[in-house]
Design a protein around this ligand. Structure first.
Ligand code: MG
Length: 122
């Protein structure tokens, strides 16, 4: 069964670009446009193997989203990758402290992203 990736980003351009890269790898993709939408999609999906999340988003930002996901027993080991334009040390530290496995700063080379994602998926 193909891996199911949840992409959470308020930019439609980024969502579609990341989805394109993931689909090319044979992954199944679900997209959400902010943290709240991300939670809804996560809860309604049968299974999610990995989340790729933006930080700056309306309604619920990536930090709150990651924190909310990580606090739940069922998602303790779910790999979370941040993909954000915010590359300041504080942002990166906060993202990792809240439970992201990896923090990538945009723009990221698709090859680099895929290498890391494959590693996280085991
Ligand atoms: Mg954004």
């Amino acid at each position: 069964m193909s891996k199911h990736i949840l992409i959470v980003d308020d930019s439609k351009t980024i969502r579609n670009l990341v989805a394109f890269i993931m689909k090319k790898e044979g992954f199944k993709v679900t997209m959400a446009e902010d943290g709240l939408d991300g939670l809804e999609k996560l809860y309604s999906a049968e299974h999610i193997d990995l989340i790729i999340s933006d930080i700056n988003m309306p309604r619920m930002d990536g930090f709150t989203f990651i924190k909310t996901v990580r606090e739940q027993e069922a998602y303790r080991d779910l790999p979370i990758v941040v993909l954000s334009t915010e590359g300041k040390e504080n942002d990166i530290r906060q993202g990792l402290e809240l439970g992201a496995n990896l923090y990538l700063v945009k723009p990221t080379q698709p090859d680099t992203m895929m290498k890391n994602i494959r590693m996280l998926l085991g």
